[in-house]
Design a protein around this ligand. Structure first.
Ligand SMILES: C[S@@+](CC[C@H](N)C(=O)[O-])C[C@H]1O[C@@H](n2cnc3c(N)ncnc32)[C@H](O)[C@@H]1O
Length: 332
């Protein structure tokens, strides 16, 4: 089997130079889906004019944002500067979304550095026009830690709403069957057991998601070169719970295009952007490939294999599987 992944892009300036000529968007530009469903930009999420040019009058009812966490993939900023930057794209979200809208934000808490930036972000959000609804934890299979501390395997996801957006509870059910009997309750004078009272034989995800596999290089949805890809399953769960078919979903930090692909799969329209033209291009290519052959990523190859069949030729070192494995760890 061929194994030709794209090495990590964020620490490979030469590779970036080679890929940029193949990117159809320059900073500030927008790609309109020829099928009229989606839009992908190469714009800065903190720039209100650019965001308004991107979203136009689409009125998204759901925003799913996964910004860099001030740790990697970002010039390290002071926490105050980082939160000030977050406030800008949150306000841009408020500016372009419908009056009844849901907002989900993935944000890390670095246990080696005062748990920043999660608590600072939560406090900043108290002054914004949202109601805090849930603090979801997604469990990673891999994590970071030492022998002297609990290993960090959690990813934090904040759920906020404005107005009265949809919430479809059926989307919350997992594939995990219920096994525990015996939660009795009297209903209309009759003692009932939890199985007969429930809507499903499976358990609800609740706000601790343990049933989602972190993306790694052997998965069909893997997009090599991306270092912070979210699993499609968690994005599909959010979209199914907090939007209706044909609704517009916005994501300001596209990267591998997980929200774009999940929206396409679920019949939603997606408006997304990445400040980096290479990731904007990867998203568009991922959508094109999905439409062409139903593949969700590049398990062994990469999005630019037409132009650059192998990265091994021009480099002395061979891209390794372990580089791919560790690349997904770094934000967590
Ligand atoms: C954590 S990743 C998002 C991962 C994404 N959810 C996925 O599943 O692939 C953050 C992305 O935000 C992009 N980014 C950083 N600053 C940005 C800005 N000001 N505007 C738009 N995108 C930005 C980075 O280039 C990076 O690709």
């Amino acid at each position: 089997m061929k194994n030709n992944p794209l090495p990590r892009l964020d620490d490979n300036p030469d590779l970036r130079e080679r890929l940029l000529p193949y990117c159809r968007l320059k900073p500030g530009e927008i790609w309109d889906d020829p099928k009229g469903r989606h839009r992908v930009g190469c714009i800065d999420a903190s720039d209100s004019q650019q965001v308004s040019d991107l979203v136009k009058d689409a009125q998204p009812t759901l925003a799913i944002h996964d910004p860099p966490y001030n740790l990697v993939a970002f010039d390290l900023r002071s926490i105050d500067e980082f939160i000030e930057w977050c406030q800008k794209w949150i306000r841009n979200t408020t500016m372009v979304t419908a009056s009844n809208a849901s907002l989900y934000v993935w944000l890390g808490a670095d246990q080696t550095d005062g748990f920043q930036p999660l608590p600072d972000f939560m406090i900043m959000m108290r002054a914004e026009p949202y109601k805090a609804r849930s603090f979801i934890t997604m469990r990673n299979q891999r994590g970071y830690g030492t022998q002297k501390n609990w290993m960090a395997v959690r990813q934090e996801l904040l759920y906020y709403t404005r107005g009265q957006p949809v919430f479809n509870v059926d989307a919350e059910y997992t594939d995990i069957p219920k096994i525990l009997r015996g939660y009795y309750k009297e209903v209309n004078g009759r003692k009932t057991e939890n199985f007969e009272r429930s809507r499903s034989d499976n358990i609800r995800a609740g706000n601790v998601w343990v049933d989602i596999q972190q993306v790694f290089y052997r998965m069909a949805e893997n997009v090599s070169g991306c270092y912070a890809q979210k699993p499609l399953k968690c994005i599909e769960r959010i979209i199914s719970a907090s939007s209706r078919p044909d609704d517009v979903v916005v994501d300001f930090f596209a990267h591998s295009g997980a929200t774009l692909i999940a929206s396409e799969k679920l019949g939603r329209r997606c408006i997304t952007t990445d400040i980096d033209p290479i990731y904007s291009e990867i998203c568009i290519r991922r959508l094109e490939q999905y439409r062409k052959c139903g593949r969700e990523g590049w398990q062994n190859g990469h999005p630019f294999e037409m132009e650059i069949p192998s990265f091994v030729d021009s480099k002395d070192e061979e891209p390794t599987d372990s580089a791919e494995v560790t690349s997904q760890n770094l934000l967590f």
